[in-house]
Ligand binder design. Structure first.
Ligand code: TPP
Ligand code: MG
Length: 803
């Protein structure tokens, strides 16, 4: 039967939304209360920081999810509004009760909305403030890209929506993103600022909104101030109302917050005192009892569903929109407005009061509609028809792009891995086909200097509008053809590395957000991985898929400058979940890794279970640490065994002889030193082995996984590194060599118990020639020889003379 026919009276949509708003406040509050007081999970799960912060967004999120959002819209919800988001999903039938009841517990609803760990469809994870919000604009640019290519026409363009706390604007990456959006002509993006004028520690300084409004307008956004609700708007229209408006406008945040907390009587005292000479205004005040007065004075735009719907409905479509929504932190709860309320929790007694106010009986706490004024069927019917849920689950799927074997690269003489990287992409572009069409490159102002130039020359820069290359048109010689058009496949970014990783993150979620697979490849100077690190971590946490090349790297960039030397990045690569890291020495290794990477980044296994090692079923992103050092390339065939070994992380470049007492283990651009030293050592030591490590990350991950497998009963499990080291006598020593912090490789001694001398870079910052720096930091051949003497106690016969 039609729900409307069952109604005792016709409830308007606004009535229904207001009731649902109450329910969302109740459920989100009870969820937090339950985690603290009603579960026996011990102290470890005490919930702070959610209650007040959630309450300020109840009205806005109610309006959005139950009325405004369309299936194609994508939303980043402020981290501490997780309970509100999940309560709404629960009402929509997208979230299980058990998960709600386990808020913040293992397997339950996550503290902050998470794409990967929450079961309800989260569009963008949030948590580290500033990142989720900034991701929305990049996602909008990616959506433009997908549409410009004419892909997925059945999926309309949606609005990319970010809901942020007002303190998030302090994060520098938000400003970096705003500048970048402006350059790219951002359109479909809404940011809703929860302007509760409170952060974690304190009350945000007065009139911040003016700075925000100016900032956004300056960068091409439409700013919509959601300051007053309908009650206040009506009061302002009364005789004396303007004075009341002026009073509120002039009221310092601190005082306003204190009065919100104190309630009706305090409002009355303050207003009676300050408006004593304005009888008409006082008359308005006096027409309200204490409760009504408190309601009137706290009727801000962000808590008035009608005002909110009006603002959303009239927002322009052809430019990004920033809604500054005035709200009260903790609205509707006992600690509303109190400056210390960020981690405020309700007492049991306060919860009882809320229960009574909301008409929720004992035992009905999780009931979706208990205490509301209409029969449940009214809400059921309304929620079933909510536009947001009309297309089912939100995470989309896209077919995998086949990765055909790459054409073989000619690698004669000397070459750098960075140049090899550029060559591989150039070859893919030249060969054309689906793989080439789905690759999107991006770089923060280092496109040419990281060897993406050839790719860009072939594939062009992406821009929604056509821009010709003026230099080319005028016949001026330049190796770079920088034509910009909707056909282009390279996003040129400004220098900010945070933006690079946010862009890679958005590109790398295209299959899930827009149903179209992209294969993003980004480049940056390796040391600046650290500048964008939180965004890289964020991208991996969201399971975005991309390849990033950090190049040049280490002290090997030599005269380029001490400040640009990266030391810790291999450890970052190893420690970063969701990122398989490689540091090949040779171009044929790199080509094999890239071929594998384009497939690996598209893999998806439904579950987060380790069946084999290295997350091979599940796939992930890939980090390549490359170099600008030209080194002699081996002439060899990339057999499938060698290829597999390169992907698994290592192979014997020179197999140790049975009686040897030494192996040199190296990774990356220091290969020549390892090989040269092994040659010299062979004069007086039998069959020194040389182990080439292409991925310390995957090699060590395989080792950990094998140990876990054995512990769980698979006695035959063996790791690639264990198999390799079985060739080395147990009492032999190992010298590890890396242009990075030595611990990136020294762990290898733990595998079979070999003694290790780990050479690497512990200090940095000196410019110089390559040989000067390798000698200074102890990466040169002589350093290896000295280490060999130290390990064996025997002197070496020959030393290395500088050529
Ligand atoms: C990068 C980062 N720094 C610090 C925090 C800790 N933190 C969480 S919320 C918050 C303040 C939030 O204030 P606001 O954005 O105004 O949100 P509100 O709770 O007022 O809505 C802070 C400092 C964080 N989550 N991320
Ligand atoms: Mg705030």
């Amino acid at each position: 039967m039609e729900a409307s026919r069952m109604l005792p009276r016709q409830a308007s949509e606004i009535d229904i939304l207001r009731e649902l708003e109450r329910k969302v406040l109740w459920l989100s509050s009870y969820m937090i209360h339950h985690a603290n007081h009603e579960s026996d999970r011990g102290d470890g799960l005490k919930v702070g920081g959610h209650q007040a912060s959630s309450a300020s967004l109840v009205t806005l999120l109610t309006a959005l999810y139950f009325h405004v959002l369309r299936p194609e819209d994508r939303v980043a919800v402020k981290p501490h509004a997780s309970p509100v988001f999940h309560a709404i999903q629960y009402l929509l039938g997208n979230q299980e009760l058990g998960k709600l009841q386990n808020f913040r517990a293992f397997g339950g609803v996550q503290s902050y909305p998470s794409r990967t760990k929450d079961t309800a469809d989260v569009d963008f994870s949030t948590g580290s403030v500033g990142l989720g919000i900034a991701e929305t604009g990049f996602a909008s640019l990616v959506q433009d890209y997908v549409h410009a290519k004419g892909w997925n026409p059945a999926w309309p363009k949606g609005r990319m929506i970010g809901i942020m706390g007002d303190a998030e604007i302090d994060e520098g990456n938000v400003h970096e993103a705003l500048l970048e959006y402006w350059k790219h002509g951002l359109e479909n993006c809404w940011w809703i600022i929860d302007y509760n004028r409170q952060s974690l520690d304190s009350v945000v300084s007065d009139r911040l909104f003016m700075k925000m409004a100016a900032l956004f307008e300056n960068l091409g956004w439409k700013v919509v101030l959601l300051k007053y609700g309908k009650l206040l708007q009506a009061a302002f229209a009364e005789p004396g109302g303007q004075r009341l408006k002026e009073w509120i406008d002039d009221c310092p945040n601190q005082l306003y917050s204190a009065l919100v907390f104190q309630g009706g009587a305090a409002w009355r005292r303050q207003l009676e005192e300050e408006l004593a000479i304005h009888p008409e205004t006082l008359a308005i005040v006096r027409r309200h009892d204490d409760a009504e007065l408190a309601r009137l004075m706290t009727n801000l735009g962000g808590h008035d569903i009608e005002a909110i719907l009006e603002a959303f409905a009239t927002a322009p479509n052809d430019q990004p929109v920033c809604f500054i929504a005035y709200t009260i932190k903790g609205f509707g709860l006992p600690f509303q407005g109190h400056k210390d309320n960020h981690s405020g929790l309700m007492t049991k007694a306060q919860m009882q009061e809320l229960r009574a106010r909301e008409g929720v009986n004992q035992g009905e706490e999780w009931d979706r509609f208990a205490g509301l004024s209409q029969p449940a069927a009214v809400y059921e019917d309304y929620l079933r028809k909510v536009p947001f849920v009309q297309r089912g689950r939100r995470g989309l799927k896209a077919a995998r792009v086949p990765v055909t074997p790459f054409p073989k690269l000619e690698t004669k003489g000397q070459m750098t891995t960075q140049a090899g990287f550029g060559r591989v992409l150039d070859e893919i572009a030249r060969a054309a086909g689906p793989l080439a069409d789905r690759i999107v490159t991006t770089s923060p102002d280092v496109t040419v200097s990281t060897n993406l130039g050839a790719w860009v020359n072939r594939r062009g820069l992406f821009s929604l509008a056509d821009h010709e290359d003026v230099f080319k048109k005028r016949g001026l010689l330049s190796p770079q053809k920088w034509e910009m058009s909707p056909k282009g496949q390279h996003f040129e970014l400004g220098i900010a590395e945070m933006n690079l990783f946010l862009m890679l993150s958005a590109l790398g979620l295209s299959h899930s957000l827009f149903g179209e697979r992209l294969l993003p490849v980004g480049t940056l100077y390796d040391p600046f991985v650290c500048r964008g690190l939180d965004a890289l971590n964020y991208a991996c946490y969201q399971d975005a898929r991309f390849i990033v090349a950090g190049t040049p790297s280490g002290i090997t960039l030599a005269p380029e400058g001490g400040a640009h030397q990266s030391i810790g990045t291999p450890l970052i690569g190893m420690a970063q979940d969701g990122l398989a890291s490689f540091e090949p020495a040779y171009v044929d290794e790199l080509a094999a890794i890239m071929e594998w990477a384009f497939d690996y980044m598209q893999r998806e296994a439904g579950e987060d279970k380790e069946k084999r090692w290295h997350r091979d079923e599940k796939g992930g992103s890939v980090y390549l640490r490359l170099s600008t050092r030209p080194i002699d390339q081996p002439t060899r065939t990339m057999t499938s065994d060698l290829r597999d070994a390169v992907i698994d992380g290592a192979y014997w470049m020179r197999r140790p002889e049975p009686g040897t007492d030494l192996a040199i283990v190296y990774t990356g651009a220091v290969a020549p030193e390892a090989i040269e030293a092994a040659g010299l050592l062979s004069e007086d030591r039998r069959g020194v082995g040389v182990l080439a490590i292409t991925s310390a990350d995957r090699l060590s991950a395989g080792w950990h996984a094998a140990q876990r497998s054995r512990e769980h009963g698979d006695k035959a499990a063996s790791a690639h590194v264990e198999t390799l080291l079985a060739d080395l006598p147990r009492d032999a020593g190992i010298i590890t060599l890396t242009d990075a912090y030595p611990e990136a490789l020294s762990w290898i001694g733990g595998v079979c118990g070999h003694r290790v001398r780990a050479l690497g870079v512990e200090h940095f910052g000196q410019s110089g020639s390559l040989s000067e720096l390798y000698a200074h930091y102890g990466l040169d051949v002589n350093a290896i020889l000295t280490a060999a003497e130290g390990l064996s106690g025997r002197p070496v016969r020959y030393r290395f003379l500088q050529k």
